[in-house]
Ligand binder design. Sequence first.
Ligand code: NAP
Ligand code: ZN
Length: 353
Amino acid sequence: MYKSKAYSAASATSPLASDTIPRREPTGRDVQIEILFCGVCHSDLHYARDEWHSVMPTVYPCVPGHEIVGRVTKVGSAVTKLKVGDLAGVGCLVDADLSCPHCKEGHEQFSPTQVMTYGSLDKHGTAPVTYGGYSESIVVDEHFALRIPANLNLAGVAPLLCAGITTYSPLRHWKVGPGQKVGIVGLGGLGHMGVKFARAFGAHVVVFTTSPGKKDDALRLGAHEVVLSRNADEMAKHAGTFDFILDAVSAPHDINAYLHQLKADGHLALVGAPEKPFEISSFALLFGRKSLSGSIIGGLAETQEMLDFCGEHNITSDVEIIPIQKINEAYERLLKGDVKYRFSLDMASLKAE
Ligand code: NAP
Ligand code: ZN
């Protein structure tokens, strides 16, 4: 065991603060990664503040962070995928039995034995729960470490490990492509990646935003059209015309308004995870045989496919790089929708403390 500097929350109401956490020594199939950048996902905020208490109560101290990119500093003797000095990424998962039917299909994200990067029981016993990427280093089984394309900007790569795969996976699953009209709801960390992928897959992309100030950015990021969702006339103009909508909003909102935007047999996939349940009108689904689903991150193979796709198409997240010392301020800005479009923590700032 060794010690790693980190930032943790001690309770739902305390700000994140400097801390020291234990990490296991890498053995066997383990890879130790020095963390260079870690993206700030809205899930980090939900979790640090125990907003998902009814589904997964937070265990404190909690060290968030599941958009990790860094450099391999040590490997166990059985590691074949990566070597010391390689770039590596870690997303939302750090373990699973790999033998259940879900894991065998490459869907580790559905496995009942999945271990999340933070807040899951630490089966190695290093700490009560797993600790995430707001830290100097992390140790994971090589299966959960991703290869990073060499041509991409690392600060912008970090968010691909959650925001990237969470939007890539449902767009692929629902076969979004040329000839389809696709809506992306909420231009935040996830939403802006959804725009980039939907555009790269050849769809006609429309952003729904509550923020008039994001209109130009939405077009620059790849949208063909932008709808101000609080403007009833703009919403009415597009009603019943979408093949597919991806909802990436972090707060409670009226999902029926987006079901109305779908054509017959259209589909709405939810990736946003607001703390309160939605109210859904059955009629919004019945008329037009519309469907609604959820999607959570993606498996490891698909995450690697997404990273390779980003390497080929030169896709990264648009980031504002901040030092870890600004994390509490960043959370407040996330709540105001004031991020363009992902905070990426420069972890050199933690080393310097
Ligand atoms: P984010 O960067 O904060 O973006 C959320 C966006 O939602 C905002 O930029 C804003 O977009 C919109 N929004 C915020 N409050 C709103 C309100 N009251 N009404 C309508 N729209 C509002 O968050 P994120 O990191 O992208 O995460 C989004 C959600 O996805 C979170 O709930 C997060 O926990 C969840 N998530 C899920 C998964 C998964 O696997 N399913 C993975 C990661 C994150 P506009 O300004 O454009 O309106
Ligand atoms: Zn996330």
